[in-house]
Design a protein around this ligand. Structure first.
Ligand code: SF4
Ligand code: SF4
Length: 364
């Protein structure tokens, strides 16, 4: 198991600077052999937002990375993702990746086409067929906070291999933070991802992953152990690694040792003291291992301690995206207002992620 996490400075999305920085990162972090291989690059698209919102992996990062993959001899390169509300016509136009595919002759993959069921723990979940057809899978995530999981990156990015609306249903299957983190760890493993690259040139702070504020971080990170890429991110944001549920789930399951070493810049010397983090919930008082075993009967109580979302009528445009994504069917529209049935809500915050107008707040 690799321990190397490479972190390189990159202050702008200027193509040559980005390419040089990614090249430095992959040269120092046990990058997989891609020569004569079929490679899937999985960016974080989330909701196909415009580039300037900073929600999605920047297209310059993807284009520079694809160019490097070609220089390393990759045979066929595929690019794909599936937002929570995947429409039939989805082609990653807004986030700039459709153009990248055209410019670089990369194949765009529709994850909703003929997905294959995978046994993941006790669940049968559909996953994008392409992961069975390529030799190398690479996660290219975005440096962002996350309202439910605090900080997410390359590991959770592979949740996107579960097509469209099937993702939100997972929150009902495992509504607790730790339960969901363990499911993400299993999905990541099943995705066969073998490298995690992160776009940290511009990050997101505050209520991420979609409604936070853009903040310059000026870094690109990478490791063949995506948990280590994400642990470096969490450290730079100012979190304690033991507070990040997905990282601890990976460690409990033996998928990572979480013992990074830094051949280039060290995350410990890059901590941004005033980075606006999502506050750690009350669940942190119970050690993770106890939570995942002895505390199982109390998970529902822990969930109810989390805040329900608040809907701001003055910002809402009644687009109905929150209603459509809600896996618990806890939302409906009445008299031109979004109505939440609190007893049904599992506090997954999918509605918050999908809202295009910042009209949902989670005051945790
Ligand atoms: S997603 Fe946001 S803007 Fe759309 S209906 Fe829901 S609260 Fe309103
Ligand atoms: S209302 Fe929002 S937070 Fe509650 S279950 Fe639905 S999507 Fe999740």
């Amino acid at each position: 198991m690799s321990t190397r996490v490479a972190i390189s400075r990159c202050n702008t999305y200027q193509f040559d600077e980005v390419k040089k920085s990614i090249s430095e990162v992959i040269s120092n972090s046990d990058f997989p052999i891609v020569k004569n291989k079929k490679v899937l690059v999985k960016p974080n698209i989330l909701s196909d937002s415009k580039v300037e919102t900073g929600i999605t992996t920047n297209p310059v990062i993807i284009e520079a990375f694809i160019e490097l993959l070609k220089e390393l001899g990759a045979n066929d390169i595929y690019l794909g993702d599936s937002p929570g509300l995947h429409t039939a016509s989805f082609d990653a136009h807004n986030c700039g990746l459709k153009d990248v595919c055209q410019r670089t002759n990369t194949h765009w993959v529709d994850f909703t086409k003929d997905p294959i069921d995978h046994k993941i723990g006790k669940y049968l979940l559909p996953m994008a067929n392409i992961i069975n057809e390529v030799d190398v899978v690479i996660s290219v995530s975005k440096f962002k906070t996350h309202q439910l999981m605090y900080a997410t990156g390359c590991v959770k990015n592979m949740f996107g291999t579960i097509p469209g609306i099937n993702k939100s249903g997972c929150h009902v299957k495992v509504p607790s933070r730790n339960g969901f983190a363990e499911l993400i760890a299993e999905i990541y493993r099943e995705s066969k991802c073998c490298y995690g690259l992160m776009d940290g040139v511009m990050g997101m702070e505050g209520p991420g992953p979609a409604n936070g504020n853009i903040r310059k971080v000026g870094l690109i990170l990478g490791s063949s152990d995506s948990y280590l890429t994400d642990s470096a991110q969490a450290t730079i944001m100012g979190y304690r690694i033991e507070d990040i549920p997905i990282l601890m789930a990976g460690k409990r399951k033996g998928y990572t040792h979480l013992e990074p070493n830094y051949p280039l810049l060290s995350a410990n010397e890059l901590i941004i003291k005033d980075y606006k983090r999502v506050a750690i919930g009350k669940e942190k008082a119970v050690p993770a291992l106890i939570k995942s075993t002895l505390m199982k009967p109390f998970h529902n109580l822990l969930i109810k301690k989390r805040k329900t979302p608040e809907f701001l009528a003055d910002k809402c445009i009644l687009c109905k995206r929150c209603v459509d994504i809600c896996p618990a069917k806890a939302l409906h529209i009445e008299n031109n207002l979004i109505i939440l049935e609190k007893n049904l809500c599992v506090r997954c915050y999918c509605c918050h992620e999908m809202c295009p107008k910042n009209a949902i707040e989670i005051n945790e």
